[in-house]
Design a protein around this ligand. Structure first.
Ligand SMILES: C[S@@+](CC[C@H](N)C(=O)[O-])C[C@H]1O[C@@H](n2cnc3c(N)ncnc32)[C@H](O)[C@@H]1O
Length: 414
């Protein structure tokens, strides 16, 4: 579905909602720490990761939440929201799964000291009384929810309408290309006979146990079943591209503020004269970034190296430094040896020729592995056999298996 055309019937919306509810009642996807024996230690680790995200990733710091009214749509068990309450936000949690909301109440009573100031509404986000609630929150937020609903455009409209003019909208969800490998995983699981919850669990454990192990070791320590239900059992999983999200913002009169991971292309002008909200530039930059998200599997350092066409080229950087120094603080009476300066540029040019186009090599390798994988799924119905081949891949389904989730901040002008 695209941002523009949304004509979803009430029946269709209800059908998706009841299927989503069934899956997430069976396994709650947002239990990151509340189910663990070492709840407090796990909570602290998760809470500190939330601070990292907001302070350093989104640059929307915890102090900003103090005394702000905040509504969170599809809060799940409230584990991702409780940090915002601890930073001073007065929260209204909206969640259609009553079991998840009960856990949220427990989480809030354990980890905040002003439980009674927060509200918990058991409702679909579509059934909120907007006449009552619209434009009444400093911050409206929703994360990991719209990807599971039938009418994203309508959900966005609701989210945007809840924020006051001059307020902020926080939105997080999976990304189309960043989540492409996960879609390939779904395809394989269903093709190989994953037609019931238990069969999906069985096949996922054979094919993608490495991916599940990695997720379990992360700060959000979900159970294996919760991970499998959230990735492959859930049926409605329609991940928007960055461009679709930017279109939603535009349609709702919101202005892009920041995101994590960043969608801003590093080459954009960022002097005080440039407009950080320049939509065409954001849209273009995002397309490059998304192709990177699709193939990333080793995390942070790779993020930089994959973009870098001159990786490992110390000679180039040394030469660049020499050039920078040679004209630095150039003054009226300074003499320049033009021949030497030209030589320096010749050196620079020749040091770039060590072409190490990591990103294009990776994209090519990724494409080859996907082709091989698709042929294998056609030819074999033995998951063990396919797993052996997956283990020989370099990129596909290895490590992080793509950058799946993106968080955005938008501003609602006065
Ligand atoms: C993947 S969880 C995310 C939970 C939480 N926002 C987080 O980031 O941890 C998705 C949640 O959205 C809820 N949800 C899905 N559709 C909804 C709807 N139409 N109205 C309200 N909640 C919904 C689900 O019940 C589930 O708890």
């Amino acid at each position: 579905m695209t941002a523009q055309g949304s004509r979803v019937s009430y029946q269709q919306r209800n059908k998706v909602e009841s299927e989503t509810l069934r899956t997430f009642k069976a396994e709650r996807p947002s239990e990151y720490f509340s189910h663990l024996d070492d709840d407090l230690a796990a909570f602290k680790a998760y809470d500190s990761q939330r601070e990292n995200l907001y302070r350093f990733g989104l640059t929307f710091p915890p102090e900003f939440f103090n005394n702000k009214s905040l509504i969170d749509l599809g809060s799940g068990t409230g584990e991702a929201t409780v940090s915002l309450a601890r930073w001073g936000a007065i929260c209204t949690l909206v969640e259609m799964n009553p079991d998840a909301l009960e856990v949220a109440k427990r989480v809030f009573s354990q980890h905040t000291n002003n439980f009674n100031q927060h509200s918990f509404i058991n409702s679909s986000l579509y059934d909120l009384d907007l006449d009552l609630l619209k434009e009444s929150f400093d911050i409206s937020s929703s994360s990991g929810v719209f990807t599971h609903v039938a009418d994203k455009a309508k959900a966005f409209g609701i989210l945007a309408s809840l924020a006051k003019p001059g307020g902020y909208v926080l939105y997080g969800d999976r990304n189309t290309l960043g989540g492409l490998q996960e879609m390939l995983q779904r395809y394989a699981i269903y093709q190989l006979g994953g037609q019931s919850d238990e069969k999906i669990v069985e096949i996922a454990e054979i094919l993608f146990s490495e991916d599940i192990d990695r997720s379990q070791r992360s700060v959000a320590r979900r159970t294996r079943r919760a991970i499998i239900f959230d990735r492959w059992v859930i049926q409605q999983q329609d991940d928007p591209s960055v461009n679709e999200v930017l279109t939603f913002f535009e349609q709702e009169g919101l202005e892009y503020v920041s995101s994590w991971p960043r969608i801003d292309f590093p080459g954009r002008g960022n002097s005080v004269l440039s407009d950080p909200r320049n939509l065409p530039a954001l849209r273009d930059g995002a397309r490059l970034i998304e192709s990177l998200w699709m193939v990333l599997n080793k995390g942070e350092s790779e993020n930089i190296l994959s973009c870098n066409p001159i990786q490992n080229n110390e000679k180039f950087y040394d030469q660049l430094e020499v050039i920078g120094e040679s004209l630095r603080n150039h003054q009226i009476n300074d003499r320049v040896d033009v021949g030497q300066l030209i030589d320096k540029f010749i050196h620079l040019g020749s040091s770039v020729t060590t072409n190490n186009a990591i990103l294009s090599e990776r994209l090519e390798q990724f494409s080859l592995e996907v082709q091989e994988f698709l042929k294998m799924i056609e030819a074999s119905n033995d998951p063990q056999d396919i797993r052996k081949r997956i283990d020989s891949f370099k990129i596909l389904f290895r490590g992080y298996t793509g950058v799946r989730h993106v968080d955005y901040v938008a501003f609602k002008p006065r």
